[in-house]
Design a binder for this molecule. Structure first.
Ligand SMILES: [Ca+2]
Length: 226
């Protein structure tokens, strides 16, 4: 076997190892977006000491099931601070099914000190793998942080069914978080929250193979002319 052939084989082995070990790289994101175009004046809530939980169900895109982030518009009035957390869980029909898949821990928004203040809040999940085409809910809740001190927050609401893969729900579960799995949530007339979810789009493997193949051919030709 010639030295050039050996070199080509070495390159081929390196390339194969590259395919095996290369992490899935993120090329961009696919989104569910009912937040764009929201008028900054239509709200639902408030979440506080009784109606403590509001969320939006969504259907995971079939080919981009890794949830990277989700966002809500949250409004705070001249009360506060608003103490809440954001969560993701599997959903079926009108309630949670299964354990929490993501939770932020305590989040705090200060009282507005005047007219309602609007905050577009994005929660980064770090990338959680969901089941393609399955239904989940992303929600915010004050349920775990109730202290009988009056605090309120409201969520941006579209009052229309802009997104066919999900809808807005709420529950008056007070401080009992377990009720979110036990009792049916209330549907908000089939409408959606002002909501955004971002899913990772992996770089196509075919692109990797094409580029690496081109590199292999280039190197083998170069060495063969040495
Ligand atoms: Ca909808």
């Amino acid at each position: 076997m010639s030295s050039n052939s050996k070199r080509v084989q070495v390159v081929a082995l390196i390339t194969m190892g590259f395919f095996t070990l290369a992490p899935v790289r993120i090329m961009g994101e696919s989104v569910i977006d009912t937040a764009t175009g929201w008028n900054n004046s239509l709200w639902v809530g408030p979440i506080g000491e009784n109606l403590s939980t509001i969320g939006q169900t969504f259907t995971v895109p079939a080919f981009t099931p890794q949830l990277e982030s989700f966002s809500f518009w949250i409004g705070v009035d001249d009360f506060g601070p608003l103490r809440y957390a954001a969560y993701v869980a599997a959903w079926e029909g009108t309630r949670l099914t299964g354990p929490l898949l993501f939770e932020t821990g305590l989040q705090t928004l200060p009282g507005s000190g005047g007219p309602r203040a609007s905050h577009f809040i994005t929660f980064n999940t770090g990338g959680i793998q969901l089941n393609p085409a399955a239904e989940y809910i992303a929600f915010v809740s004050t349920s775990a942080f109730q202290d009988d001190v009056f605090d309120q927050g409201v969520l941006g609401f579209r009052d229309a069914d802009l997104y066919p893969g999900g809808q807005a729900f709420y529950q008056n579960n007070g401080s009992d978080f377990a009720l979110l799995s036990q009792n049916p949530w209330v549907n908000l007339s089939g409408s959606d929250l002002a909501f955004r979810a971002g899913f990772a789009v992996p770089e196509p493997r075919t692109l990797w193979m094409a580029l690496s193949g081109a590199l292999l051919i280039f190197l083998s030709r170069r060495w063969c002319t040495l």
